[in-house]
Ligand binder design. Structure first.
Ligand code: NAI
Length: 330
């Protein structure tokens, strides 16, 4: 089994090289190049490609992968909204992902973002470094006894719900399915009720047609004034222009984003010398109550190890013709 990795960062290589020793039957080659229609032909001679959240695995790319003879797309991440599953199915290309490598990694990051904007840690850090020991602009509020609204209670949402319970919060949730393991302390409500009651709203549902722009002008209007919104799921869940309008209208106490609509060209790139021409991200960053991180929710040692193990196991399972829950279908 020969796998060509695209969009490879040094830490990917390190963690996969470490894990590869347990999978001697697999040969891997790493490319820094992103997977896209024009680079897919590099995979000629490989059985599989391995891609990430920022890879372009759209229609043209999948067609080009098929022409190159690729039989398997290994997503080394949970999300697969960037993969054209229908075209993959049409060409008999199998797609496998890593559904739950470390839900706690992402949930802990979601709470980090919530706490950062609540207690203004981003400002406190720079203030004290400048010998400014005053407390102006640093007032937060207790999460204790406030209401956390979790949208999507799968693996990550459930982990976030447990963290919020640990903070002494009342936890409510909205999902199309109820998670039985949370029934002792989570109350399921409608999305409208969640928006109206929550002091902290954290998004953990996948990006699909039904969830695209679920946070928009109308849903923002339904939220409590002074709410904290956190998105560690996918940028497309939030309509950025409407979010900016809400921030300007002083709707939010704070907003924490690990993902945002414009992130694809930014993710894991150092663009510090560039002038970003038409950037809503720059507009978002201009607000003092907005904290943005660059899709780092997954980025812990434990998660990277689990991603490498599951991805390589997915490759072996494919070769053995094994059906597993990690297969993604249209
Ligand atoms: P999961 O599949 O375990 O849970 C997703 C939940 O969303 C399910 O319970 C599902 O029923 C629910 N859902 C589906 N449609 C819904 C809707 N219309 N409204 C409300 N809920 C709905 O997924 P998991 O592992 O918890 O991941 C959630 C998302 O987190 C992923 O889709 C991915 O986009 C994102 N993610 C972000 C990472 C980061 O580094 N920031 C890393 C890993 C995942």
């Amino acid at each position: 089994m020969k796998i060509l990795f695209y969009d490879t960062q040094n830490y990917d290589r390190e963690s996969f090289d470490r894990t590869k020793e347990q999978f001697p039957e697999i040969e891997v080659e790493y490319l820094k190049t992103g997977l896209a229609a024009r680079t897919a032909s590099l995979a000629k001679g490989y059985d599989a490609v391995c891609a990430f959240v920022n890879s372009d695995v759209g229609t043209k790319t999948v067609e080009a992968l098929h022409e190159a003879g690729v039989k398997l797309i290994l997503m080394r991440c949970a999300g697969f909204n960037n993969v054209d599953l229908k075209t993959a199915a049409k060409y008999g290309i199998d797609v496998r992902r890593v559904p739950g490598y470390s839900p706690e990694a992402v949930a802990e990051h979601a709470m980090t973002l919530a706490m950062t904007v609540n207690r203004h840690m981003h400002k406190a850090y720079t203030k004290v470094r400048e010998n400014d020991f005053s407390l102006g602009g640093l007032m937060g509020f207790n999460f204790y006894q406030k209401t956390a609204g979790i949208v999507g209670t799968g693996k990550i949402g459930a982990a976030m719900a447990r963290i919020c319970r640990g903070f002494g919060m009342k936890v409510i949730a909205y999902d199309v399915y109820q998670n039985e393991s949370l029934k002792d302390f989570v109350t399921y409500v409608t999305l409208d009720e969640l928006l109206a009651q929550s002091d902290l709203i954290s998004l953990h549902c996948p990006l699909m047609d039904s969830t695209y722009h679920m946070i928009n002008r109308e849903s923002i209007k339904k939220m409590k004034d002074g709410v904290i919104l956190v998105n560690t799921s996918r940028g497309g869940l939030v309509k950025t222009d409407d979010l900016i309008e809400g921030i300007r209208a002083r709707k939010f106490f704070g907003v924490g984003l690990d993902v945002y609509e414009e992130e694809t060209p930014n993710v894991f790139e150092d663009r510090s010398d560039e002038i970003l021409e038409h950037s809503t991200t720059a507009r978002l960053l201009s607000f003092p109550n907005v904290m943005i991180t660059s899709h780092q929710g997954f980025f812990t040692e434990e998660a990277l190890r689990a991603i490498a193990e599951t991805t390589l196991q997915n490759a072996l399972d494919f070769e053995a013709g094994k059906e597993t829950p990690n297969i993604v279908r249209a």
